[in-house]
Design a protein around this ligand. Structure first.
Ligand SMILES: Cc1cc2nc3c(=O)[nH]c(=O)nc-3n(C[C@H](O)[C@H](O)[C@H](O)COP(=O)(O)OP(=O)(O)OC[C@H]3O[C@@H](n4cnc5c(N)ncnc54)[C@H](O)[C@@H]3O)c2cc1C
Length: 374
């Protein structure tokens, strides 16, 4: 961490503790973060840290993004869609958008006026994105978008959605383009159900529908059709690191809260921490958490130097999220029955952790990427 990263860490921690932490339980009960969380985060410079200042961001690098996401997670905001908004959606526009597109959309994403989403998955296509059926067909100077998406993070709140669509349905990967849909200006766009799920209770993961949504040609991201797959592939290592670093923070939090609990709880005339089993379990969990952080830090360091390859990022996403699953399970066990209760955050970590082996590319797909590079 540079000096700047350390300062940001203190600032982010202070901001999250004063503005968000007092309300986390209420938001958990309501199963949604209020809309103002986004604008508050934007105002405090906690969105779009990597976006240059001229487009409304903070002009930082992925290290800044990681520091901020870690602050959200250490505070218990594991279902907040900001890491996806800032670390995935905005970078697509920054990297591949035209100057006009960057000026049009990035300041709104950075301020929180817009909430961003990325819509890749469909009912019939998740891992195998070449199978997507959503189309964006050019008619004169408009594109007409038809199709449906599923499991979309920020789905109910999103103002700007990067939609993966086929501009040439006869082609596989080469026919894919990224279309930007502004929800308020897209008749025919409809939000479907907010999906009920195992964890991430506050997240508005949703279905989205596009029925003859007419977009100006300027809403094709970039200038050329058929670049979507390449654009997606280019951003993948960073997306995987966002999930990996999140897993690291969750592991640290799980171990920390468990140590605190077993120091107080008693059975058979002893504190739970005095049983050797407890000590060994926590020694193992702590070790996994430290290994995970060391590996993820190294990957981020490589990423900052432009040297993070796809396979290493895939290893990091797969290993840290798998390790989190095991650590969360072992820690929960040490809470006994209380660990199963929603009011004990360890139960939320256990539930929220599960999806991290599934999204941003399943861990099986991560192993495929690694295997291809053996
Ligand atoms: C809470 C949540 C939030 C999400 N947010 C978003 C979002 O914001 N935007 C978005 O676009 N998507 C999002 N997703 C979707 C997510 O990315 C997909 O669920 C994921 O990519 C897997 O796709 P699938 O569900 O279609 O599973 P499938 O692709 O059908 O896979 C089913 C199983 O088969 C395995 N499998 C598939 N292919 C292979 C293979 N070649 N070799 C070995 N095993 C294989 C998979 O690993 C998995 O175990 C989200 C999902 C969830 C649950």
């Amino acid at each position: 961490m540079s000096e700047e990263h350390v300062l940001l860490e203190e600032q982010a921690d202070r901001f999250v503790k004063s503005e968000f932490v007092p309300h986390i339980e209420k938001w958990h009960e309501e199963k949604i973060y209020p809309r103002e969380v986004w604008t508050k985060a934007g105002k405090a410079g906690m969105l779009c840290a990597m976006i240059p200042e001229e487009y409304g961001g903070s002009g930082g690098n992925f290290g800044h993004e990681a520091v901020i996401n870690r602050a959200y997670s250490l505070a218990g905001m594991d279902s907040f869609g900001a890491p996806l908004h800032s670390g995935i959606v905005a970078p697509y526009i920054m990297r591949f958008g035209t100057e006009e597109q960057k000026k049009r959309w990035l300041p709104k994403l950075a301020s929180g006026e817009y909430v961003g989403a990325i819509a890749m998955s469909e009912p019939g296509a998740g891992s195998d994105l070449q199978r997507i059926r959503t189309t964006a067909v050019k008619k004169g100077n408009r594109y007409v978008v038809n199709g449906s998406k599923i499991f979309i993070t920020n789905g109910q709140r999103a103002d700007l959605i990067v939609v993966v669509a086929k501009t040439d349905p006869r082609e596989g990967a080469k026919g894919v383009s990224l279309m930007v849909v502004e929800a308020d200006d897209a008749p025919g766009f409809r939000r479907g159900r907010r999906l009920k799920k195992l964890g991430n209770d506050e997240a508005d993961t949703s279905e989205l529908f596009f029925d003859d949504v007419s977009l100006p040609t300027e809403n094709l991201l970039g200038t050329e059709e058929g670049q979507g797959f390449k654009q997606l592939m280019h951003e993948l290592p960073q997306e995987r690191m966002i999930v990996a670093y999140h897993a690291v923070a969750m592991m640290e939090r799980a171990v920390g809260m468990t140590i605190e609990y077993v120091r107080q709880r008693e059975a058979f005339g002893k504190k739970i921490i005095e049983f050797q089993n407890t000590q060994f379990e926590l020694a193992a969990c702590k070790t996994e958490a430290v290994i995970a952080k060391t590996f993820a830090d190294e990957c981020i360091h490589r990423g900052l130097k432009g040297e993070l390859d796809n396979a290493t990022a895939a290893m990091c996403k797969y290993w840290t999220t798998d390790a989190l699953g095991k650590v969360a399970d072992r820690c929960l066990q040490l809470f006994g029955g209380y660990g199963y209760m929603d009011e004990f955050p360890i139960s939320r970590i256990y539930r929220d952790a599960r999806v991290m082996r599934i999204y941003a590319g399943t861990n099986e797909i991560m192993k495929l990427v690694i295997a291809r590079n053996l």
